[in-house]
Design a binder for this molecule. Structure first.
Ligand code: UD1
Length: 400
């Protein structure tokens, strides 16, 4: 069997690493060799957004890099489709495997299905219901046309069924990103927070910062267009952080390239960088981020993956969004995350509540570190199951 799996942007790398390991273990013990090819669309290209993850997570170098780089959504998706179609035609895989919700999944699922190649989506069925979110469009298209939909939780399987996707295409396999978390916990644990800060600092805090007090620190990330692309939204958040959070405890903010550019263009960057209690870091490697998350008093983020990791680690998480495609991470479903949108009143209220909370790790069903094996098995089993389904269909057809 020939599989091409695709990565494009930072959150994909921790999802593909365990899948590649699962293929390697399978090949070591089975006579049916799986020929695997890794394609990187090149959407994320900075070392810190891409190469660093390959190294830390032991992902073999991509066999092919499509080099699409930055651009508008149409440019990224269009260039990816054009280049990926060439790969499909020359490699003729049995399966294309896509992970997550970035632009690569839209481009590569469409290209694969137009070449009549089976497509499997790992992390299928997540729905925010928010059509202004580029990722929601990617999820809807990819899930509608993929042949095998592997879901991280039961709510996602229900979402797919409610959209009319036949049940035989859906398998609840668990959260593959948690495989990487479990695989990396001990390595991350051995890192020192001071070393992470001094190696990644943007604003040279060491000259002004005297170390952490008992109160701990808040960890922050922000990159969604809905939070960072407009000054009238970003500025009040930044002011709240500087005026009310930094006065309580240090804030460690790992800054995404998009956010850094926007802060610079809004004239906010210099002020933030000169705040004595705000530690601005470059985009971090996976292990560094995991370590900081393990010890943060609270996390403020609009990332999807961090809502999940915080739930498993037990870190109180303020999610700077009005909706989430990951409801299992919400406090009302037993997780640690609270949606606060970009309302300063709500952020303040939940921040004060979070400070009173103690760390409470939660492991949702099948977030057990073995999702990748189940995903690979679902692909291997697909033909048998699907053959059964076609037979059933033919029988039902004959009867009517
Ligand atoms: C993308 C994903 C998002 C994911 C995020 C994680 C989509 C639709 N969005 O958003 O789901 O949560 O990645 O980071 O696929 N840039 C660099 N260096 C890089 C990559 C990007 O400087 O290596 C700059 C680009 O020039 C661009 C900005 O960052 O101006 C945003 O990059 P882009 O890839 O368009 O989307 P993200 O916001 O990163």
């Amino acid at each position: 069997m020939k599989i091409i799996s695709v990565v494009g942007a930072r959150p994909n790398f921790m999802k593909i690493a365990p899948f590649i390991r699962a293929i390697e273990s399978y090949n070591a013990t089975s006579d049916n060799f799986i020929d695997h090819c890794l394609v990187h669309t090149g959407q994320h290209y900075d070392d810190r957004m891409s190469q660093a993850f390959f190294e830390q997570l032991d992902i073999p170098e991509a066999d092919i890099n499509l080099g699409v780089g930055s651009g508008s959504h149409a440019e990224q998706v269009g260039y990816t489709m054009i280049e990926f179609e060439k790969v499909l035609r020359s490699r003729q895989p049995d399966w294309v495997v896509i992970v997550g919700d970035v632009n690569a999944i839209l481009a590569c699922s469409v290209a694969a299905k137009k070449e009549n190649i089976l497509c499997c989506h790992i992390e299928a069925g997540l729905r925010s219901g928010d059509m202004t979110m580029p990722e929601e469009i990617n999820r809807l298209v990819a899930d509608r046309i993929s042949d095998l939909l592997l879901t991280p939780d039961r709510i996602s399987s229900e979402n797919l069924l409610n959209e009319g996707i036949p049940g035989h295409k859906i398998r609840f396999t668990g959260n593959i990103m948690i495989d990487t978390l479990e695989h990396s916990r001990n390595k991350a644990q051995r890192m020192r927070i001071e070393d992470i800060i001094s190696a990644n600092s943007v604003n040279g805090f060491r000259t002004r910062f005297n170390g952490f007090s008992e109160s701990g620190y808040v960890l922050m990330t922000l990159h969604r267009p809905s939070n960072v692309d407009r000054k009238e939204v970003l500025e009040p958040i930044v002011r709240f952080i500087m005026d009310e959070v930094c006065s309580e405890m240090p804030v460690i903010w790992t800054i995404h390239p998009r956010t850094r550019k926007m802060m610079h263009s809004f004239g906010l960057l210099d002020e933030v960088m000169s705040n004595n209690n705000l530690i601005m870091l470059e985009p971090l490697g996976y292990l560094e981020m995991l370590k900081l998350n393990m010890y943060a008093r609270a996390i403020m983020t609009d990332s999807g993956g961090l809502q999940e990791e915080s739930t498993v680690l037990g870190t109180p998480c303020l999610t700077f969004r009005w909706n989430t495609e990951r409801p299992v991470t919400l406090q009302e479903h037993g997780g640690t995350s609270k949606l606060v949108g970009n309302s300063i009143d709500l952020i303040r209220k939940e921040f004060l509540t979070a400070l009173k909370k103690s760390r409470n790790p939660v492991i949702p069903e099948l977030w057990d570190g073995h999702t990748a094996e189940r995903c690979l098995q679902a692909i291997i089993d697909y033909k048998t199951i699907n053959a059964g389904n076609s037979l059933l269909k033919v029988k039902e057809y004959g009867r009517s």
